[in-house]
Design a protein around this ligand. Structure first.
Ligand code: HAM
Length: 435
């Protein structure tokens, strides 16, 4: 038997979660006025080397890279930002008169990581990027967008962790301080960290091996090296979040694992009890130099990405179930004529926006009733020779056991009436049907 590749998974029982997440993503993105953008699953390898950073684990250890038949180096996207920035430059989206230009995306990303709970080799992200504004208020907006999405999917127990790395001057000052701190004892850290010390000391702070080493824990913090202007930016982000009543904690250990960040960085975490150690469901921040690094005009930008699988694990652990999709009517057809009448009726129901299903296996009446139970039908309609002769049917409400008689022709209208009896219909959107 051929089995799935390590670190991948099939979506079967969890499809309801995925659809709920996708639905809420579309709704909330509209509210915040972010447009969808779709970019390729593979890009030139160089894009990620220049974009994400040569010294990051993602690029050093985790890319799926291959040469194609035309001798080009391709890489399956490990994250969405670099590709969106490439598309932004290549399609001259910066010329769009609507500013700032705001996009969201959804799809698979690929990282060759050690699979574990909440960590896959192919995983999905819902991400967003806003281009063209250096304002701290838009940093706060992307966080508000992420938090609103979590509210929409009813994931409550979340904490926004916030930090700032500052701009060029702050980062340079911090790098110097960090190097000075590590200098004498660097050989106590792992081999990778010794290389990182030379190439990019900030990466030592997110080393998976040395995370708890006293030298790393006692390292200086980026916040202590922010120049005045960058400190003001960070304070304004916090003031904006407070104005929107979005709770957050300042986490001066947060540095993020990608090289492009400047100023604000954040992660949204759920308690380890829900998700284990991989408890960051969202990561993001500002990246003011990436567009220029990749050949575009100087353009400040900010964004985030959610890990969808981690959200699903957290939703399940928190006891959240996706909205069930309802079957309005299960038709039980007995005989050839009844089958044709049923097909005609089902088509009427479906065009009218109501869900309908029937048996295609020639099951007996008992077997078909069983199916209506399995499929959790709200109503059952039995059609046999007698019903065809009288052109009259009985609609049985499976919730209450009540029955209503109506003509074949009036079946659809009667079911609509039953669904909307009293209050508005709580489980159908037939008004928006395909009519
Ligand atoms: P990231 O922190 O590398 O950031 O990934 C964002 C989220 O993707 C993580 O918080 C996590 O939930 C999920 N994730 C990452 N790796 C895996 C994995 N192997 N399996 C399952 N889930 C995973 C970025 O990707 C940035 N592009 C975010 C961003 C957008 N920053 C600015 N704009």
């Amino acid at each position: 038997m051929i089995t799935k590749m390590k670190g991948t998974y099939d979506v079967t029982d969890d499809i309801g979660y995925l659809q709920e997440i996708e639905k809420k993503m579309l709704t909330v993105s509209k509210l915040f006025r972010y447009e969808e953008i779709r970019t390729p699953h593979f890009e030139a390898t160089e894009l990620f080397h220049r974009g994400v950073g040569e010294t990051t684990d993602i690029i050093n250890k985790e890319t799926y890279t291959f040469e194609d038949r035309g001798n080009r180096q391709n890489t399956l996207r490990p994250e969405g930002t670099a590709g969106v920035v490439r598309a932004y430059i290549e399609n001259k989206l910066y010329a769009n008169p609507v500013t700032p230009q705001k996009y969201f995306y959804y799809g698979s990303m690929f990282r060759y990581e050690r699979p574990q709970k909440g960590r896959f080799r192919e995983f999905r992200q819902f991400g967003a990027e806003a281009f063209g504004s250096a304002s701290p208020e838009i940093d706060a907006e992307v966080i508000a967008y992420a938090v609103t999405f979590l509210k929409a999917i009813k994931l409550k127990d979340v904490t926004v962790h916030l930090n700032s790395l500052g701009g060029k001057a702050s980062k340079t000052a911090y790098h110097q301080a960090l190097k000075a701190h590590l200098k004498d004892d660097i050989t106590a850290l792992c081999g990778d960290c010794q290389t990182r010390y030379k190439d990019n000391p900030l990466r030592i702070l997110d080393c998976k091996v040395d995370a708890d080493h006293p030298l790393v824990k006692g390292a200086p913090k980026p916040l202590d090296y922010l120049v005045e202007e960058d400190r003001t930016h960070f304070e304004r982000v916090q003031a904006a979040l407070k104005a929107m009543q979005i709770p957050f904690v300042v986490d001066d250990n947060l540095v993020r694992g990608l090289d492009y960040y400047t100023h604000t960085v954040f992660e949204i975490k759920v308690p380890e009890a829900l998700l284990g150690r991989q408890n960051a469901i969202c990561g993001g921040g500002r990246y003011n130099n990436l567009v220029e690094t990749l050949g575009g005009p100087q353009t400040p930008a900010t964004g985030f990405a959610f890990g969808i699988e981690r959200i699903i694990v957290a939703m399940k652990a928190a006891g959240i179930t996706p909205e069930a999709s309802n079957l309005h009517v299960y038709f039980i057809a007995l005989g050839d004529q009844a089958k044709l009448a049923t097909l005609a009726l089902m088509q009427r129901f479906r065009i009218g926006g109501l869900t309908a299903n029937t048996d295609y296996l020639d099951k007996n009446i008992k077997g078909q009733f069983k199916q209506s139970d399995h499929q959790k039908a709200r109503f059952v309609i039995v059609i046999g020779d007698a019903e065809i002769a009288k052109r009259e049917i009985e609609i049985k409400d499976q919730r209450t056991g009540d029955t209503v008689n109506t003509s074949l022709e009036g079946a659809y209208e009667t079911v609509v009436k039953l669904l909307t009896k009293g209050d508005a219909c709580e489980d159908c959107d037939y008004q928006k049907g395909a009519r």
